[in-house]
Design a protein around this ligand. Structure first.
Ligand code: SF4
Length: 365
């Protein structure tokens, strides 16, 4: 199903951003004729609206407001698992792409997508964080929603690129499962802007990543960005086990390297499917047809459930082999994995690997 992600039934506007120029431009790009309601804060709609459980329902409503509290945050990581020393800003919270495994189902309590219109404030926070960072600040959007899915409404990507290209010690990553790259292609390429695409075999994408762009189109978009001079990254996360795992993933890796030469790849991450108890309940409720939970899992130190260790290890080993057969020089890392898995699969811990020095600076908590 094709959708432009430009329609909402209701738009709530926080009083303080009513006159903000971004509020007007976002409203002007919405293709539906939503009811517009002014509120004092997001607390008003959280306390008065019925709870919303399905992401598709949440994405019928938009809240335009401004971020409160700390803007640049450390990626939460996972207890007992190695962290990749990443910072995030949450300019948009909520995502309409409808992935069955999306952790946001278990995290979010607001009944709407939230867009923080005060982008200038966030850009200033990035400048301050870069100035306060010794070495490199690696930062991105995409933690609480896809980085680009609403870019046609917000135009944030171009503004972020303009700001970050002036910060030589900052590397900014947009993470997406869309092909919404027009806002990026409109800007001259810069080495400190990386566009990351989450990949899975096409069949998994079709079954479990509802409204995301087909995997072949994501790879083609990565190829276009490379032609324009941008570095790209790829995230095989969450990898999904099947009896024909190697066949399925070697096919997508072949497609990837046919479209993008290794020297243009900033990094690749690997992460196996994992879930919390809350996410399992939400998946069963929201996506009863998903087959992701039909496997054997074990509970890990951080309370999350993962495929049993030998299965995860085999998946990671296969992926590492398939990628290093193409190039041994691409920084490759495991997302939210234990030191034992790092040692078994990568033969080292991230803080000892020179190629990853930039990415990993912090040991397991
Ligand atoms: S793209 Fe990411 S944030 Fe959006 S629904 Fe899928 S998993 Fe969730």
């Amino acid at each position: 199903m094709k959708t432009s992600f430009s329609t909402f039934e209701t738009v709530f506007i926080e009083k303080g951003v009513k006159e903000h120029s971004k509020t007007a431009s976002i409203l002007g790009r919405i293709e539906s004729d939503p009811e517009i309601v002014e509120v004092s804060s997001i607390g008003d709609i959280i306390s008065s609206a019925d709870p919303v459980y399905h992401p598709r329902e949440r994405c019928k409503t938009l809240y335009l407001g401004s971020l409160k509290g700390e803007i640049v945050q450390a990626c939460p990581g996972s207890m007992g698992h190695l962290c990749c020393n990443y910072s995030v800003i949450n300019q948009v919270i909520g995502c309409p792409l409808d992935c069955s495994y999306c952790i946001l189902q278990a995290y979010l309590n607001q009944p709407s997508v939230v867009i923080n219109v005060d982008i200038e404030n966030s850009l200033e926070a990035i400048r301050e964080a870069a100035a306060a960072t010794e070495g490199y600040l690696r930062i991105g959007t995409g933690e609480l929603g896809d980085s680009l899915v609403y870019d046609h409404l917000t135009g944030f990507a171009g503004l972020i690129i303009d700001a970050v290209t002036k910060l030589p010690n900052c590397i900014f990553e947009f993470k997406t499962k869309t092909v919404s790259i027009d806002g990026i292609l409109a800007k001259p390429a810069s080495n400190n802007i990386v566009v990351g695409f989450s990949l899975n075999p096409e069949k998994t994408g079709m079954l479990e990543e509802g409204l995301a762009a087909p995997v072949s189109e994501r790879i083609a978009a990565a190829g276009e960005l490379v032609k324009a001079g941008y570095p790209v990254s790829f995230h095989f996360d969450p990898m999904v086990y099947s009896d024909d795992f190697e066949e399925r993933y070697s096919s997508v890796i072949n497609d990837l390297f046919d479209a993008v030469a290794p020297e243009h790849i900033a990094w690749i991450s690997l992460g196996t499917f994992r879930y919390t108890r809350d996410l399992k309940l939400m998946m069963e409720y929201n996506y009863p047809d998903s087959k992701l939970l039909w496997q054997e899992f074990s509970r890990c130190h951080d309370g999350k459930f993962r495929y049993i260790y030998p299965v995860r290890k085999e998946m990671n080993m296969i992926m590492r082999r398939l990628i290093t057969e193409r190039s041994e020089h691409i920084p490759l890392y495991l997302c939210m994995e234990s030191p034992r898995m790092w040692q078994d699969v990568m033969g080292t811990l991230p803080h000892k690997s020179e190629a990853l020095e930039l990415i990993f600076k912090r040991r397991a908590r």
